[in-house]
Design a protein around this ligand. Structure first.
Ligand code: BES
Ligand code: MN
Ligand code: ZN
Length: 487
């Protein structure tokens, strides 16, 4: 797993800047006199900083972007990074600055001369961008060099660092889980890892197959019955406040072959990310516990593996959900909704939640609709959806509202049972959402996030190197702060 380069705070000292042997980051704007620490670097380098500042290259930089001078004279550093920071400091500029820093994070020690700049946004962005997944290399790189942040007043800056670190390490956890291959992260090893989170103060329960059978979760069990890995449901409870909890439910298909409705071979290896919804749920629960959120939140994940096998379910099978509705399985590759149907129902029956949010890499159709930029947001409650869209925009995670409408139900009506698990190609992500809707009790505010397009990126993005993105941890944490947390 990734070791997070947790930053340390240090007092202002010009000598430290002179003698630092790794990388040094300073800030400068074209529209203002040089800040004190930057002026020192300029003096040491005999005006190299000023010359860089006046160069056409610097003029092209957006706020937060940077120029790097290698082996600057007069300093012990191997590199001096000059970050464009205008006089009017904006959260966007700070975030970009963090990304500039994180992108260059290496094994050498880092010194960030922040002085009085606000740290939270910047450090969080730096930590997010600095992620790398090394767990499957024979010779994993031993992580990052130490990071020091030079600030005017370490005591006042400390909480911002603690919070940035808590959130970034939660996102890193989600990415580690999504990046992990399916032979390493099985239903059992995932459940064990979740159980280990009790150390953070979470209450964790793992329900095994006999218990799920007793609860009547036949829809979930049907998906996993072709696999040697036992199906499980994990329940994580963070009770930081009284009152009815918010329930967050994640799809945890450890690997999705499609089952008997087997997927084509090309690209199938990507289906190791089909537990992305569960990974975000787990990352979020870690974030809430480490920052001791004053909210009552229960996270539930359904862990299964969808395999073709003699015991696997067939297209045409009819299964009984925990709710009691009979489901005709038209396509065994539409398995996520079967898992969620039972976990959603269980969450409502047991916890009587004030609201329910589910996350799932549910449909290829959402990728056709929204590409890899935005997740699909489906909700029966406008206030909940609006609050989420705002939270997502604030943290820079893409999200877009999609429709729910009873009109789509005709597409998933079954001839022989109550409901069928696919509605054909038209509106594939909407019929999937409407399927889930059938398992939401009337009057319960509910939001479904289809993250199939955003859980994994094929090239480096602003916030992350290519691979698992951790999309959703920050937005949901921000939503909980705004709407579900006592102040
Ligand atoms: N896990 C897939 C959805 C998916 C596709 C996630 C691509 C990430 C990238 C899901 O279980 C699935 O197979 N959905 C089918 C549903 C269809 C059979 C109705 C799909 O989208 O093709
Ligand atoms: Mn599938
Ligand atoms: Zn799937």
């Amino acid at each position: 797993m990734t070791s997070l380069p947790i930053p340390e705070l240090c007092d202002l000292s010009l000598d430290t800047i002179t003698a630092h042997e790794g990388r040094v980051s300073v800030f400068a704007g074209p529209d203002a006199p040089l800040p004190r620490l930057t002026r020192h670097a300029d003096k040491l380098t005999r005006g190299a900083v000023t010359r860089a500042l006046n160069s056409p290259a610097f003029a092209k930089l957006k706020p937060g972007d940077a120029l790097t001078l290698a082996w600057p004279t007069g300093m012990a550093a191997e590199a001096l990074q000059i970050i464009h920071m205008p006089k009017r400091v904006t959260p966007e500029a700070l975030r970009r600055a963090g990304l500039s820093i994180g992108k260059l994070q290496t094994r050498s020690a880092m010194l960030i001369c922040a002085n009085t700049l606000p740290l939270g946004e910047m450090l969080r962005a730096a930590l997010l961008r600095a992620y790398q997944y090394e767990a499957q290399k024979s010779d994993p790189k031993p992580g990052f060099g130490p990071t020091r942040v030079m600030v005017k007043s370490p005591e006042t800056a400390a909480p911002a660092i603690a919070e940035a670190t808590a959130l970034a390490s939660a996102v890193h956890l989600t990415r580690d889980l999504v990046n992990a291959p399916a032979n390493v992260l099985t239903t059992t090893t995932f459940a064990d890892q979740i159980k280990g989170m009790e150390a953070l103060g979470l209450k964790v329960e793992i329900l095994d197959e006999p218990e799920l059978e007793k609860l009547g979760m036949r829809a979930l069990l049907a998906v996993g019955q072709g696999s040697d890995s036992p199906s499980k449901v994990a329940v994580m409870h963070w009770q930081g406040a009284e009152g009815a909890p918010l329930a967050v439910v994640g799809k945890g298909v450890m690997f999705d072959t499609g089952g008997i409705s087997l997927k084509p071979g090309a690209g199938m290896e990507e289906m190791t990310m089909d537990m992305g919804g569960a990974a975000v749920t787990v990352g979020l629960m870690q974030a809430l516990a480490t920052r001791k959120a004053r909210a009552n939140v229960v996270g539930l994940v359904g862990l299964v593996e969808n395999m073709p096998d003699a015991r696997a379910q067939r297209p045409g099978d009819v299964i009984k959900s925990m709710k009691g509705d009979m489901i005709e399985v038209i396509n065994t590759d539409a398995e996520g909704r079967l898992v969620l149907a039972d976990v959603l129902w269980y969450a409502q029956e047991r916890f009587k939640p004030s609201a329910v949010i589910d996350l799932a890499t549910l449909t290829g159709a959402i990728i056709i609709a929204l590409g890899h930029e935005k997740a699909g947001v489906f909700a029966n409650d406008d206030a909940l959806a609006d609050a989420f869209l705002k939270a997502a925009a604030d943290v820079g995670e893409g999200a877009w509202r999609m429709p729910l409408d009873p009109a789509y139900h005709t597409l998933i009506k079954s001839r022989i049972a109550d409901i069928k698990n696919t509605g054909g190609r038209p509106a594939g992500s909407i019929t999937a959402a409407e399927f889930l809707h059938c398992f939401i009790k009337p009057g319960t505010p509910w939001m479904h996030l289809d993250i199939a397009g955003v859980a994994l990126t094929k090239s480096d993005s602003a916030h992350a190197p290519k691979g698992a993105s951790g999309w959703g941890v920050l937005a949901l944490d921000a939503l909980i702060r705004a709407r579900f947390e006592d102040r």
